[in-house]
Ligand binder design. Structure first.
Ligand code: F0G
Length: 458
């Protein structure tokens, strides 16, 4: 008989988790103003709020932590990290930052000015925040197909090159660079094809613009290229990564995802003048150029994490777990952004809670219901996270309204996934009884979802 698929690792250390009662959760979520970011982590049983900084490191990564060089300047740990980044991306200039948004802050500080327009596929919320807080505009040129959650296409994260070219023709003088997010988190952890990266590169050359990859999940993107795109089945993940980055001029990286560390990030580029400017901003905001907000030990772990997570077996283990959860949801008929993404399942909340009007935030309502059901914490990637339009101050209801179940790397087993699916099924089975959602009691002017206070409507 053919042997079944199994993880490419075994477990050496475990962390106990705790269940709670529904009465406890009712109290806790009320105290958290129906905002799961305000919960204490020990009030959560299975935590799928993010896959960022929540992964388990390998024994090799932990052993490298003991070898960290904590020298202020010129630490060997920096060179270990830099050499690995260069090996995997081809970029020779590497500036560490404490996480991904810090790299965005450093780079956008010298590249983005008031009135600029930064086109790309869906911008992640911190990316959008760093653009909009500089009174510039994030122009979303994702393909329209990404908005149809039930449509199954292999590269739903792609840039619509016609939309991008229109933007470059009409507003080219205001475009400081093009940004491509791999994988496209906001559209559902959906990958961008190599073909699409090439097409964006050609346009960038035609209009004399540079390209930055927001690379948080670039290795997962490479996995999808290998398994879905013609011509890549026999290439290694590392070969695919090198080709991907050959179509960019620089990258911002949240190492908390695909480098599987708990904290860390960097900016890397082949453009010397960018690096020179980034160093100045990096020193002000992050720290000296050979540590930039990171410990030496963390840079060591990051280097190993990058190396290990650009190997096929590790990515396959991870993505097959996401697919396993998707298969269970298929069995129960629960609609989500198809096909399953690289790091998460995104449940299509308005298709589940059909009686909750958009003004009452269906995805946030579903997030609260899932927490109440079983202590499972997902998070809303929808109308709350979309913030208000900076000009009109109206809620942005034109995108998707999703409940994201982000799966930490190498943390939960498939049994946990089965619990998540069953809890969601229980909510789904009583969906007709859920007719009211939530309303905003207080919100911050930007990136409101982290701190928003909500009332639950009855
Ligand atoms: N870019 C993307 C595509 C991201 O998903 C994130 C973070 C960042 C940039 C910012 O990186 O957190 O290290 O500052 N995403 C996390 C998430 C928070 O839950 O999706 P960071």
């Amino acid at each position: 008989m053919e042997l079944p698929f199994a993880e490419s690792w075994k477990i050496k250390m475990v962390e106990p988790i705790r269940k709670s009662t529904r009465a406890e959760r009712e109290q806790w979520i009320k105290e958290a103003y129906y905002n799961v970011f305000q919960l204490k982590a020990d009030q959560v049983y299975i935590d799928l709020i993010t896959d960022s900084g929540t992964g388990s490191m390998t024994d090799r990564q932990w052993s490298e932590m003991m070898l960290g060089d904590e020298s202020y300047a010129g630490a060997t740990s920096f060179f270990k990290m830099k050499d690995m980044v260069t090996k995997i991306t081809g970029f020779e200039y590497v500036l560490p930052t404490h996480q991904g948004r810090a790299a965005e802050n450093v780079v956008f500080s010298f590249l983005v000015k008031e009135g600029d327009r930064v086109p790309g596929n869906s911008h992640f919320d911190t990316t959008k925040g760093h653009i909009e807080s500089r009174k510039a505009f994030a122009i979303d040129c994702t393909i329209d197909e990404a908005k149809d959650t039930q449509l199954e296409i292999p590269f739903k994260g792609n840039v619509d090159v016609a939309k991008l070219e229109k933007e470059l023709i009409e507003n080219g003088d205001k475009v400081p660079f093009i940004i491509v997010t791999v994988t496209n988190n906001t559209a559902g952890g959906q990958p961008v094809s190599m073909q699409n990266l090439k097409e964006v590169r050609e346009l960038s050359k035609k209009y004399n613009k540079r390209v930055i990859f927001d690379s948080a999940r670039f290795a997962e993107n490479a996995y999808f290229i290998k398994t879905r795109e013609e011509g890549y089945a026999n290439k290694t993940i590392k070969e695919i990564c090198l080709e991907m980055f050959s179509y960019a001029d620089g990258m911002t990286m949240s190492a908390k995802k695909d480098a599987i560390v708990n904290m860390g990030g960097f900016f890397a580029t082949h453009v010397e003048e960018w690096y020179e400017q980034a160093k100045i901003k990096g020193i002000i905001y992050e720290g000296y150029v050979t540590y930039g907000g990171m410990n030496g030990r963390d840079m060591n772990a990051l280097a190993v994490g990058l190396d290990e997570n650009t190997e096929f077996e590790n990515l396959e283990t991870r993505i097959k777990q996401v697919e396993y959860l998707a298969r269970l949801l298929d069995e129960y008929g629960i609609p989500y952004q198809r096909p399953a993404g690289g790091h998460a399942i995104f449940v299509d909340a308005p298709k589940v809670l059909t009686h909750v009007p958009k003004e009452e935030f269906p995805a946030q309502t579903l997030t609260v219901e899932l927490y109440l059901e079983a202590g499972i914490r997902g998070c809303e990637i929808g109308y709350l996270l979309a913030d208000r339009d900076p000009v009109t101050r109206q809620n942005r209801f034109n995108g998707l309204d999703l409940l994201r179940l982000a799966i930490p790397r190498r943390v939960y087993t498939d049994n946990h996934m089965a619990v998540v699916a069953a809890a969601l099924k229980n909510v789904y089975d009583r969906r007709e009884t859920i007719t009211r959602g939530v309303e905003i009691a207080w919100e911050a002017p930007i990136m409101r979802h982290f701190t928003v206070k909500l009332n639950r409507l009855k």
